[in-house]
Design a protein around this ligand. Structure first.
Ligand SMILES: [Zn+2]
Length: 497
């Protein structure tokens, strides 16, 4: 089987599969209506048709179930049902391609064009590649007569790019109903991968996710003719509040359980170009894992490396939407804005609410307005309202990353090093966004957001995900197939509780 995966026959076939998968449009829109009513969901029927045609062995030999019409759940029963199953995930939808950007693509977004190295198009890298890698590896194992002891489950959502309420939001409770709490050995979903850090190749599967809260601010003030204006209209007051929020950003703060601390330790121990100054500060905090002062000094220093690193240790805030005013000679009666927050590990949505409330209180007092902070009050004049968006989410529970005993993390990292060599440093990674796994927290503590395909060259991120020119390296994809086929077998051999 491994010889076949490395052959040009497999390469040719997998390029064809990837390319065809990209050609079936499965765009997810934020404003989708009900399944069955809104015709835009029906693209999922086409994609399912493609999967059935491409993987007849899986569709005829394994148990196939559809959850909430389009959610695809596949069961490959193991011979030892008392072992906890392995669950592999991916999503079938993609973000849309805005029509005005189509001419900016090097190769058209739905072409699945292969240029000799990459397959191009929307979904090629987020994450039809991962979906195919899972199915291809299972198909190859089936073809070669592998019989798992540990049940292998596959769960594929179809609206991850709009938060996953219809797909993962139904699949997870369905699986919970059948298997129960903490009943799975491991979950692998899309996520982090490989990057060059400090002169070393590092692999950083996501073992944690930041939380999320969108705070809506609404200011209601009297309208009236602009020729006899108030000194500050609701737009002016909103501006003042937004500026105050931006002038008071969160500080980097690295709690002991933040996986990035583990990544820093790994880097200090194994990466040749790890910065000396950072190493010195790190040594101070090492062994004093509860010494938060040392950790904060460490976070301040590490945050200087890049905004990307900073926001692994800091709650982010960004004012992203504003609206208000309808006419140029009338003062606005209602102005609203949204501030998006990604909540740091160790913090809570409550602490975000407290902070925004205290800032809004200052502005409310200054302008003699009443503040209604997260109290669901009905909107009325001369008031500032703070509301939490519908998708409020606390930081995810942490996946255990100890390797001194056999954990799922140990199996995952061992599989990475078996495939890519022992020079690759596997370290815990942190996701600043959320995947479909947000619905799966009760099913296992061992959740990994991980893209295992790597071509040894490019990092995981600079491949056009969510923008123009999305593409995937075929070599990386084939390595992804190898990785899943190894991981399934390694999980089968691993004695885990
Ligand atoms: Zn994705």
């Amino acid at each position: 089987m491994e010889k076949f995966i490395a052959s040009s026959a497999f390469e040719k076939a997998t390029i064809k599969r990837l390319s065809a998968a990209v050609q079936v449009k499965t765009e997810s829109y934020d404003d989708l209506g009900k399944i069955g009513e809104d015709k835009r969901w029906d693209v999922q029927y086409d994609f399912n048709k493609y999967l059935k045609k491409t993987f007849p062995r899986i569709f005829s030999q394994l148990r196939i179930e559809y959850v909430n019409t389009h959610g695809l759940f596949i069961t490959w029963n193991g011979t030892e049902p008392e072992l906890k199953p392995t669950l592999l995930m991916a999503h079938m939808d993609t973000v849309p391609v805005p029509p005005e950007t189509i001419d900016q693509w090097t190769h058209p977004p739905w072409s699945g064009y292969y240029d000799g190295k990459f397959v191009w198009g929307r979904g090629s890298s987020d994450c039809k590649n991962q979906l195919l890698a899972v199915l291809e590896s299972v198909d190859l194992l089936l073809e070669n007569g592998f019989v798992p002891k540990r049940t292998v489950l596959m769960s594929f959502g179809f609206d991850e790019e709009r938060g996953g309420p219809q797909g993962a939001g139904h699949l997870a409770p369905f699986i919970f109903e059948r298997y129960g709490k903490d009943a799975l050995a491991v979950i692998v979903d899309e996520g982090g991968g490989f990057a060059d850090n400090w002169g070393a190749s590092m692999c950083m599967p996501g073992v944690a996710e930041k939380g999320h809260i969108d705070v809506e601010i609404v200011i209601r003030m009297p309208g009236g003719h602009s020729s006899i204006p108030l000194p500050h209209t609701a737009i002016g007051v909103m501006s003042e509040l937004i500026v105050l929020i931006e002038d008071n950003p969160y500080e980097p703060h690295l709690v002991d359980k933040n996986p990035y601390l583990g990544a820093l330790y790994c880097g200090a121990d194994h990466a040749p170009d790890f910065p000396d100054k950072l190493r010195k500060i790190l040594e101070k905090s090492r062994g004093h894992e509860t010494c938060n002062a040392a950790n904060d000094e460490l976070a301040q220093e590490a945050a200087k490396m890049s905004p990307f690193v900073r926001y692994l240790m800091q709650t982010s805030q960004a004012a992203d939407i504003i609206g208000g005013g309808v006419k140029v000679n009338a003062m606005p009666e209602r102005v609203s804005a949204f501030v998006n927050h990604r909540i740091n590990i160790g913090s809570t949505s409550e602490s975000v609410k407290t902070k925004v409330t205290s800032l809004a209180q200052q502005i409310a007092e200054k302008h003699n307005l009443t503040l209604h902070a997260f109290d669901d009050a009905k909107e009325e004049r001369n008031s500032i309202f703070l509301k939490a968006g519908y998708n409020e989410l606390e930081p995810a529970p942490l996946t255990p990353t100890n390797v001194d005993e056999l954990t799922a993390y140990a199996v995952l990292s061992g599989t990475v090093r078996a495939l890519y060599g022992e020079d690759v440093i596997v370290a815990p990674g942190l996701m600043t966004g959320n995947t479909d796994t947000r619905y799966y927290w009760d099913l296992t503590r061992h959740i990994f957001r991980f893209a295992p395909g790597w071509d040894g060259e490019q990092g995981g991120l600079a491949n056009g995900v969510h923008t123009v020119d999305e593409h995937v390296s075929v070599k990386a994809h084939i390595n992804g197939v190898k990785w899943f086929s190894l991981f399934i077998r390694n999980m089968d051999e691993a004695t885990l509780d």
